[in-house]
Design a protein around this ligand. Structure first.
Ligand code: BGP
Length: 459
């Protein structure tokens, strides 16, 4: 059983759920443009959460959750990314937070979840220092307008994945050098948010939200061990060491040197970086990654990779491979609950901060029956095994304070559109057919309701 004050919750992001992409003063984000151009799913509607948030929050309150993680869309609040704020968006989200509080649900707010204003992207996006300043201004607007309603803030969703994933799905394409400069700017932007939050909202808490999973070596060969250490440094520790300890990880620095990357660091960064730190860690975890030393040069570009599968590669450093000990889901992601426990233990060993699992879940093809049920035992299995792992981690001394699985309701998956569903609640639409967007709790919803009531799963 987990502690009485354990924070049971669920997670969403704005661009994947809200829709209303062209309403209420909203300008396009890089995600809107990507989803539109690739015709992934009707992005203007998504799960229609923007119009149905009251119904959705009420349904989620029925789970007994104490927290709901949502993200705020930068281009609704400051449509051009810089300049004027949009009063109707501020009023909208004030009502969203008031509705949550009416059901005793604490908002946990991701300030930016992959949806950079397209206007800033057109000027170079995160490769440019001015985007850091724009983010800092946006952070101030959020703290000033919602600081009385929101106690838990998350800075930037998965900057480490923005570095490593196939950047087309994130709405931009940078050169190798630009990627790492953009990554550095994301890290600096986060530090500015820590500083501002602590200055303006002394009662609030703020943390990073990277996607962390401990990287395994493919064998006991010393070169494979080194490959895993390097990928751990690039994928996991570079970001968290900077965020929590204010240092550039030495293996990461060596990797940068050897791959010919020269970061532009300003003298004034030093003080900012070494005096502003998070209050807690938000950790997203889906799968683990296994790498070996690349024996031959691959016939593809260095660094083009997809962090969630075996498709990771950096010449002379590491190459992903299939882990023969693990099963996969329908979308080729390995399922590794024990990997979550290991990851949590290693994170705790390094950083000793309270941890909230801010994403964890199973993407699958779900089917709605004629009587509006969704039988998803595979999702229940996945969540149950990961919760067992969390309980074990807590028993071994890791301060996990909350669990907010992905996702509260079905949404547009980043990689796969509407066909890959994560929700505890089914949203009745398909890729292109919007149907009536009605909500139906899945079996996993009722299962999670019981888990929350019992404060955990059987070991
Ligand atoms: C995380 C993102 C989420 C979510 C999830 C699943 O990296 O923070 O936004 O989408 O991955 O990924 P996908 O939707 O591609 O299955």
């Amino acid at each position: 059983m987990l502690a009485k004050d354990f924070c049971w919750g669920a997670s969403l992001s704005a661009h994947q759920t809200e829709g209303a992409a062209t309403e209420d003063g909203k300008s396009p984000s890089v995600q809107d443009c990507r989803v539109r151009d690739d015709q992934i799913a009707d992005f203007t509607v998504a799960s229609d959460h923007y119009h149905r948030y009251r119904e959705d929050i009420k349904l989620l309150a029925g789970l007994g959750i104490k927290a709901l993680r949502i993200s705020l869309p930068w281009t609704r609040i400051i449509p051009a990314g810089v300049g004027a704020t949009n009063p109707s968006a501020i009023a909208h989200y004030r009502d969203v937070f008031a509705t949550m509080h009416a059901y005793k649900i604490e908002p946990m707010v991701t300030m930016y979840h992959f949806d950079l204003p397209q206007n800033l992207q057109d000027q170079g996006g995160w490769t440019q220092r001015q985007t850091v300043d724009a983010y800092a201004r946006y952070a101030r607007v959020l703290f000033e307008n919602f600081g009385d309603q929101v106690k838990y803030w998350l800075t930037i969703n998965e900057p480490n994945i923005m570095l490593l994933a196939d950047q087309k799905i994130l709405g931009f394409t940078y050169t190798h050098q630009e990627r790492y400069q953009a990554f550095y700017h994301l890290m600096i932007a986060e530090k500015k948010a820590f500083a501002l939050c602590h200055q303006l909202l002394p009662q609030a808490q703020i943390g990073p939200v990277p996607n962390i999973s401990y990287v395994y070596p493919g064998s006991a060969a010393p070169q494979d061990i080194r490959a895993a250490e390097y990928f751990n440094a690039v994928r996991n520790w570079a970001y968290l060491d900077f965020s929590v300890q204010g240092r550039l990880n030495p293996l990461f620095q060596n990797y940068l040197r050897q791959t010919g990357i020269d970061l532009q660091i300003l003298p004034e960064d030093q003080e900012l970086v070494t005096t502003n730190f998070p209050d807690f860690l938000g950790i997203n975890y889906y799968t683990s990654v296994t790498v070996e030393y690349p024996k031959q040069d691959q016939d593809r570009l260095s660094g083009v990779s997809d962090q969630q599968s075996e498709d990771v590669y950096e010449k002379g450093f590491y190459k992903g491979l299939t882990n023969p000990y693990l099963q996969k889901n329908d979308f080729n992601w390995t399922i590794d609950p024990l990997g979550l426990q290991t990851t949590l233990e290693v994170i705790n060993d390094r950083y000793q901060l309270p941890i909230y699992i801010t994403e964890n879940g199973l993407g699958a093809y779900d089917e709605l029956t004629a009587d509006h049920q969704v039988h998803d035992p595979y999702r229940i299995d996945y969540l149950k095994q990961h919760l067992q792992s969390i309980q074990q981690a807590v028993a071994s001394g890791v301060p996990v304070k909350g669990y907010l699985p992905w996702s509260a309701l079905d949404l547009v998956s980043v990689h796969e559109g509407m066909r890959k569903r994560y929700g505890l609640i089914y949203v009745d639409r398909t890729e292109q057919d919007l149907k009536d967007l009605a909500r139906y709790p899945k079996d996993s919803y009722y299962w999670y309701q019981q888990v929350i009531a019992k404060r955990g799963v059987d070991e």
